[in-house]
Write a protein that binds this ligand. Structure first.
Ligand code: DC
Length: 230
């Protein structure tokens, strides 16, 4: 069967990663969480003191360091993927609040985006890939055969994120998470380079009131439609 590229974009914690991962597993495709790549670069910047106490990122220093940064994924025995920063497994660290608080600022830096977009495009050369993010349907794969734009209210998304973080034992309040979600929405949609934007040919889904099963069925239906027309 002919392989396609599926681009899934949407706000943070919209559930797009869960949808994308499930779809990739059903199709036997590779799943790439592009947000994890921006998170890994943010962790690098934090670890190398490139972000000051007020949250200002030293863009020049980070840009200079980019050639020394590698971001990759390693498939685990259970089929999940872990993010590697210069070969080190950082899957857990990149999900903490410290990284979440700075990742939108780091991902607004143009040379950071250029580097990661190039890496993402290389990963899609053979097709058979499901990638989620903010600019996948608009910038990374403008010719993707299927583009999905996921939406859900900020409150629903904050609640999901809060439950995830609490389940991981992190001590955060719902207010703090909602504030972080809103802050990231603002930066993600207003930055100059590749802001979060629905591609004109994307198909919308609002999953605020959908179960995971309903989402997965809906998505599988969209894929079937596209593949049947190839
Ligand atoms: O999907 P996520 O919440 O893990 O993404 C983390 C951050 O990375 C998010 O605030 C915006 C940024 N990002 C981006 O700018 N472009 C992408 N393709 C993916 C994520």
């Amino acid at each position: 069967m002919k392989k396609i590229i599926v681009a899934i974009d949407g706000f943070s914690s919209s559930g797009k990663s869960t949808m994308a991962r499930a779809l990739a597993s059903t199709l036997g495709y590779r799943y790439i969480d592009s947000g994890a790549m921006y998170r890994a670069v943010t962790l690098y910047a934090l670890e190398h003191n490139m972000i000051d106490g007020d949250g200002n990122v030293n863009a020049d220093k980070l840009t200079e360091a980019l050639p020394a940064i590698t971001v990759d994924f390693a498939v685990q025995p259970d089929g999940t993927q872990h993010t590697l920063l210069n070969g080190r497994d950082v899957e857990k660290e990149i999900r903490n609040m410290d990284v979440s608080s700075h990742v939108s600022d780091v991902s607004a830096i143009v040379p950071v985006r250029k580097k990661l977009v190039q890496l993402q495009q290389d990963m899609g050369k053979e097709k058979g890939i499901v990638m989620d993010g903010r600019d996948i349907g608009t910038t990374v794969f403008p010719d993707a055969e299927l583009k999905i734009y996921v939406n859900a209210s900020a409150e629903t998304r904050a609640e999901r994120r809060y439950n995830e973080l609490r389940a991981k034992g992190q001590d955060v309040s719902l207010e703090e998470v909602l504030e972080n979600v809103r802050h990231r929405d603002y930066i993600d949609t207003t930055r100059a380079e590749s802001p979060l934007r629905r591609a004109d040919d994307a198909i919308d889904i609002d999953n605020s009131d959908m179960t995971l099963e309903q989402q997965n069925d809906w998505l599988a239906g969209q894929v079937r439609k596209v593949i049947s027309k190839l």
